[in-house]
Design a protein around this ligand. Structure first.
Ligand code: X2X
Length: 333
């Protein structure tokens, strides 16, 4: 009898402990398009690890890769986060640009030449304006990460000029600006999600695609017949660490600070990691038999000229203040 009472007291105690633990511990979903095989997924996982460590297990961020929380449709990620279906995300400016038109800034062909230009934008006035635009749409942006400068691959031939692109079917992301860029270049762009891209490359439904070197390398895009890779650095998509506004408002100030600082640290860590791996990736890709095409200044200039109309068309949708801040940033010596 005595023993039975002891047992039920213990059971009640255990239940109480569990209840306290659940009342305190919180878990949030974090959406990404790419898994932790890629720098992008590693950025999100780093954020989760730092938050877990610094909150001593009180806050768990669970990363859901492959845009699985939006059934693979990466262009719905921002809306899903805004509606609360997703708590947080580490997302590409490309995928969020249908809802935040200002983010098309980063997709403007040949606006940024290199990492220094990209950093001058994200770390300066333009970056602040881009974050303000995200905030206006009901999402709290915390930090920048990086998918990277995007390069062009195809299965047909070395591409060195817009003329080489005539008629090539190129898979592009589901953002209308890309349709304009690749049409201006004389190619035949086809919008589809990343989930559909590899099958389309495999069957030859499309001839080419564009993605950062890290994605080309990790996803082994060369193994689906993409033999030619043109390094043209035509645009870069930064990643944004962000939180649904209601979730943000529900957090005590110290947890907001913790989440925000962890995102900043994870972003910096990932940008360094990603840039630091570029040279080795390029060597690996060449080793696997990919023909890498590097452009002369004159060759690059021909692409810039062919796509100038895209900047003219999209600048008004991006907005004068942001365009001006970005142009100033890239004009710095
Ligand atoms: O779909 C793509 O090309 C990817 C993975 O780079 C993005 O999500 C923007």
């Amino acid at each position: 009898m005595k023993l039975k009472r002891l047992f039920s007291a213990l059971a009640a105690g255990a239940a109480l402990t569990a209840l306290c633990a659940t009342a305190q511990a919180r878990e949030y979903s974090v959406s990404t398009v790419l898994s932790d095989a890629f720098p992008w997924g590693q950025a999100a996982q780093k954020w989760a690890d730092l938050v877990n460590e610094r909150s001593e297990g009180r806050i768990t961020l669970r990363v859901y890769p492959n845009a699985q929380l939006v059934a693979g449709d990466q262009t719905k990620e921002f809306s899903a986060m805004r509606s609360g279906l997703i708590d947080m995300a580490v997302g590409s400016t490309i995928n969020w640009s249908p809802q935040v038109p200002e983010l098309n800034l980063f997709s403007l062909p040949f606006l940024m030449k290199n990492d220094a230009d990209l950093d001058a934008i994200t770390q300066g006035e333009a970056g602040k304006l881009a974050f303000a635009a995200i905030e206006q749409r009901g999402i709290v942006p915390l930090a920048w990460g990086e998918n990277g400068f995007r390069q062009l691959s195809n299965s047909a031939k070395p591409v060195r000029s817009p003329a080489d692109m005539a008629g090539l079917k190129i898979r592009v992301v589901g953002s209308p600006l890309f349709q304009d860029t690749f049409t201006a270049l004389g190619a035949n762009p086809t919008q589809m999600s990343w989930a559909d891209a590899k099958p389309a490359l495999t069957t030859g439904a499309v001839d080419g695609q564009e993605n950062p070197l890290s994605v080309f390398d990790v996803a082994r895009v060369d193994q689906v017949g993409q033999k030619y890779l043109t390094l043209w650095d035509y645009m870069a998509d930064p990643l944004v660490f962000a939180v649904n506004q209601r979730v943000w408002k529900s957090l005590p100030e110290e947890d907001r600070e913790l989440l925000s600082q962890a995102a900043i640290d994870a972003g910096k860590w990932e940008i360094e990691l990603s840039r630091g791996a570029q040279a080795q990736r390029l060597a690996d890709v060449r080793e696997r038999g990919v023909e890498v095409i590097e452009l002369t200044d004159a060759e690059r200039a021909a692409f810039v000229e062919a796509t100038a109309s895209v900047q003219d068309k999209w600048a008004p949708r991006i907005g004068d203040a942001l365009m001006e801040a970005a142009r100033k940033a890239v004009a710095q010596p």
